[in-house]
Design a binder for this molecule. Structure first.
Ligand code: AOF
Ligand code: ZN
Length: 328
């Protein structure tokens, strides 16, 4: 199963917003074939794995065990159901890490296999398999994107100085990391005030990688499109608010998943926006950067957030990064 999880990760990015899934077929301790879900809309891991069995091994299928990191599907989607394929191939032992949270499947795949006489072992590396697909499970279970709150603050708790001139709070290594984080998520979102004050472009520039879609929540539609970097051609921009009938950030999040299939979002500010997410318990991760050497004395206060004592800390020169994760 650990090997399934490694294989699954090869589909990272390309399968979004589908889950990453890996499969391994074993006969008496020998791996007959491996497979994974390569890209969105493509064959599922089980299909890929079974396609890779060499013709001389095909007769071994009824005595082999199929390991798969997600419950085999039971629905006709872009591809036919994997559970049916397993039955057709007369595989009698299947080991599964976790249930599929997609309501079209959710337990039906396992039930179909069990009711057809397949011996199913379930729950092997379940937590690891769910964590691997934390974005997918959040989408399916909460009907919204996986949400990461990110900000950088001075040692004395400010995210910006009072003056209009923007000042850098994070150092070079944390800026690089920030761009890496952008490249890993489907979207990045800010409130309209952040656009008005900072005119950010919110693209991936310091590392190689895709640009996330840029989301601006502008409840009053007050932003002049020609005046800001965020509307340039470098990445997709979603300027949402009144026209979509979105009256708060929670509705924006539902909209992003349900109407735009955006599976994950980094919230980059400002303070008022971040505070809304914190106060409404609307997040899976917080990544808080503190420049321990920088004191601003006054300015825009950072969001109020109680860091749990057991949170992970990383030190990058004068900056520390605190990670809080609560996906289960
Ligand atoms: C599996 N094996 O490798 C994956 C599964 O649109 P489709 O047909 O590709 O179906 C996508 C759904 O299938 C996805 O939401 C999830 O429920 C399941 N993904 N299932 O048996 C796989 N990737
Ligand atoms: Zn499938």
């Amino acid at each position: 199963m650990a090997r399934c999880l490694v294989l699954a990760q090869r589909g990272e990015r390309a399968v979004m917003p589908n889950p990453m899934v890996g499969a391994v077929l074993v006969h008496e301790g020998r791996i007959l074939a491996e497979g994974y879900h390569h890209y969105f809309g493509g064959p599922h891991a089980e299909v890929d794995c079974l396609n890779n069995v060499s013709p001389s091994d095909l007769s071994l299928l009824p005595e082999s065990t199929l390991y798969v990191s997600l419950e085999p599907c039971s629905h006709f989607g872009k591809t036919p159901p994997c559970a049916n394929l397993i039955l057709e191939k007369k595989i009698k032992h299947v080991v599964v890490a976790c249930l599929d949270a997609n309501p079209l499947v959710a337990g039906k795949g396992l039930a179909l296999l069990q009711n057809s006489g397949v011996e199913v072992q379930f729950g092997v590396l379940e937590k690891e398999a769910r964590t691997l697909n934390k974005r997918f499970f959040t989408n399916q279970e909460k009907k919204r994107p996986y949400i990461i709150l990110k900000w950088a603050q001075s040692a004395d708790g400010f995210i910006a100085s009072e003056s209009k001139a923007p000042i850098a709070i994070s150092n070079e290594p944390t800026q690089l990391l920030n761009h890496l984080w952008r490249s890993q998520e489907a979207a990045i979102a800010v409130g309209v005030n952040t656009v008005l004050q900072d005119n950010p472009s919110l693209t991936t520039r310091l590392v190689e990688g895709p640009n996330p879609a840029r989301v601006i929540y502008d409840p009053n539609g007050s932003l002049d499109k020609d005046a800001y970097c965020i509307f340039n051609e470098e990445a997709v921009t979603l300027h949402v608010g009144k026209a979509e009938n979105l009256t708060n950030w929670s509705e924006v999040m539902n909209y992003l998943w349900q109407k735009k299939q955006i599976s994950s979002v980094i919230i980059e500010g400002g303070s008022k926006t971040l505070q809304y997410f914190i106060d409404n318990e609307l997040w899976e991760e917080v990544r808080m950067i503190t420049n321990e050497k920088l004191f601003l004395n006054k300015g825009y206060a950072a969001p109020k957030f109680q860091i749990p004592t057991e949170s992970r800390i990383e030190h990058l020169e004068e900056c520390t990064i605190r990670y809080v994760e609560r996906f289960q």
